[in-house]
Design a protein around this ligand. Structure first.
Ligand code: FAD
Length: 306
């Protein structure tokens, strides 16, 4: 029988041997106001020294942030040493429009696009129909990007199935189509129960898909907001998670400590089970993500080199 002490020793060993192999990426959204822009750049400034593999910038629903995504990505390229990945969706645009966006990114020096179908213009949960003359889905878009330029393309993956998908198998068929079209990495929708991720990973591997399926981690900065996101995107919110945040609606400081503890527990368990790559949904805030990365053994590059 393994004692709790022995299990802890094994975990610590697994974590310290994984420390040098941990790779992270950070997701940001383009700011809407001058104030949000300051918050975003504070977060980028704090997280950049952790030397992420890449930082991605989302594309607002319906392509609504097209210009702001582009501006943010270009500023990352010109003012930092970070590698940006621009999100791009198929929504509300013809192939020609999207091809123009792709060539604009390539001309600006972008070498990584996160290709998505996107939510229907009526919002998540309303029926999706491709734009007339547009890319029909994410796999089609991946193919279009790969034909336009030899750049890296990442895609989404859904451990708990995308809400539009009739079955997990249909979802994995879509992931396979995206990989066959040239995607070389998938980042998952956020999840809180690691067993769901590993069960999904087994099914993906059994389907012959070998690309990295990087867990998407959402530090719960705001429980109510996270619960709303989860309801919209088909991610489950375990009862234990709600219990941990119970009664803390007006207690920001304690909420933050709980959020750090929850996320730390999740990522350290993933490390113990062999995961080395993580994609963080930062919500444009650095502090929780920075703390979790610290626990993962990441240190600011300048200090690590000193
Ligand atoms: P896909 O892989 O294209 O499809 C997901 C599943 O839905 C598949 O199983 C597929 O078979 C099924 N499906 C697709 N279309 C249909 C259909 N017509 N009928 C039945 N089933 C169907 N959204 C944004 O707007 N901007 C972003 O920047 C953005 N970034 C994201 C980043 C990540 C890492 C993730 C996980 C999601 C992101 N999203 C973003 C959300 C995403 O656009 C939505 O979840 C969208 O509804 C699906 O697009 P997809 O490319 O993820 O899905």
């Amino acid at each position: 029988m393994t004692t709790p002490e022995a299990r802890t020793r094994v975990s610590r060993h697994a974590r310290s041997s994984a420390a040098g192999r941990i790779r992270v990426s950070f997701e940001f959204f383009p700011p809407q106001t001058a104030e949000m822009e300051v918050t975003l750049w504070d977060a980028i400034g704090r997280l950049a020294p952790l030397a992420p593999l890449f930082v991605s910038v989302t594309y607002g629903a319906g392509g609504s942030t097209r210009e702001r995504t582009h501006t943010t990505v270009k500023r990352i390229l010109s003012e930092t040493a970070l590698t940006p990945a621009a999100h791009l969706t198929c929504i509300g645009a013809t192939r020609e429009d999207i091809d123009t966006v792709i060539s604009g990114y390539v001309a600006a020096g972008v070498r990584h696009i996160v290709a998505l179908r996107g939510d229907p213009q009526g919002g998540a949960g309303t029926p999706y129909a491709p734009h007339p003359g547009g890319y029909i889905n994410a796999a089609d878009l991946v193919g279009g990007i790969k034909r336009a330029a030899d750049i890296e393309v990442s895609v989404s993956a859904y451990p708990e199935k995308h809400p539009d998908s009739p079955t997990v198998e249909a979802d994995i068929d879509m992931l396979k189509a995206k990989v066959d079209a040239g995607a070389s990495r998938a980042m998952t929708q956020f999840f809180f129960d690691n067993d769901l991720y590993f069960r999904y990973l087994d099914r993906v591997r059994a389907r012959g898909i070998q690309i990295p399926i990087v867990p998407g981690i959402l530090p719960v900065q705001n429980f109510k907001q996270a619960r709303n996101f989860a309801a919209r995107c088909g991610a489950s919110m375990p009862a234990w998670l709600a219990e941990r945040f119970e009664g803390l609606d007006d207690d920001v400081a304690t909420r933050k400590l709980i959020a750090a503890a929850v996320a730390a527990e999740q990522v350290l368990d993933l490390v113990d089970r062999g995961v080395t790559d993580f994609h963080f949904y930062t919500m444009n805030r650095a502090d929780l993500v920075f703390a979790i990365c610290h626990l993962l053994g990441l240190r600011p590059a300048a200090k690590a080199a000193a």
